[in-house]
Design a protein around this ligand. Structure first.
Ligand SMILES: [Zn+2]
Ligand SMILES: [Zn+2]
Length: 254
């Protein structure tokens, strides 16, 4: 059985000092591939370095909506340089819009998201986007701009919005929050179908139940897969097979 963590921030202090253990523990829990996601130019560079060092680790480079107000004028060039520096870079991300916290002005978030979508197109790479309280705006950006392939990371909305994204050929990703009591995305997880989602931890955040509140790690993809197998009434192997196939296709890795 192979599980894939499509969204991990391995450069955080809780993990980066003991990465051999973190990646070894993941493998013991069937998590054999991990995509490490940057949130600004510096962490994107760290993600590429980690991916270059570990066979099963890949990288995404990008600027998070929270950080979009802090970019300097040549950030696209810097991301382009990073993306071209290694075959392990498999996506542009995480990009997106976050109206829950609005740490950067909304118009800047949108502009930086679109600029990075254009970069992804020029590099022939897919995008990974973050969406918090921004369903309508994200949907309009995706409808009005071209993209190769897109992944809605930490999908947290209901089946209605899930279907709207799938109609645009967008892949969903479920994190530990699907295991929480009263989770907002349960109807999506139950009904969207095995072809349309992948799994992620978003570690060190969002540990699944019963580890909620503790630091998260890639090995917890196993617990999310187990939860979904019980929710859907199928085996964990079926969850693993479908989500790993979807992820490998999306990132174009084997
Ligand atoms: Zn995010
Ligand atoms: Zn993230």
């Amino acid at each position: 059985m192979i599980l894939i963590d499509t969204h991990a921030h391995l450069y955080y202090d809780s993990m980066c000092d003991r990465l051999d253990d973190v990646i070894g523990d993941a493998a013991e829990n069937h998590v054999h591939k991990i995509v490490c996601i940057g949130t600004d130019v510096a962490s994107s560079k760290q993600s590429v370095d980690i991916a270059n060092h570990y066979e099963g680790v890949y990288a995404a480079v990008g600027v998070h909506p929270h950080d979009s107000n802090d970019v300097d004028s040549n950030y696209i060039k810097e991301l382009e340089h990073l993306a071209s520096s290694s075959k392990k870079v498999v996506s542009i991300g995480e990009i997106g819009i976050d109206h829950y916290r609005n740490l950067s002005p909304p118009d800047v978030q949108r502009k930086v998201m679109i600029e990075q979508m254009e970069l992804a197109n020029s590099l022939n790479l897919p995008i990974i986007f973050h969406n918090r309280d921004a369903d309508d705006e994200i949907f309009n950006v995706l409808k009005e701009h071209t993209f190769n392939r897109a992944l809605s990371h930490c999908f947290s909305s209901d089946i209605v919005f899930a279907n709207q994204l799938v109609d645009l050929n967008i892949l969903l990703s479920f994190s530990g929050n699907v295991t929480f009591k009263n989770s907002s995305n349960r109807s999506a997880a139950e009904n969207i179908g095995l072809d349309n989602f992948v799994l992620e931890t978003d570690c060190p955040f969002l540990s699944p139940h019963p580890f909620r509140g503790k630091p998260n790690e890639p090995k917890r993809v196993y617990d999310i897969a187990l939860y979904l197998s019980e929710l859907l009434g199928i085996s964990i192997e079926e969850i693993a097979d479908a989500t790993s196939k979807n992820a490998m296709q999306f990132f174009n890795i084997d």
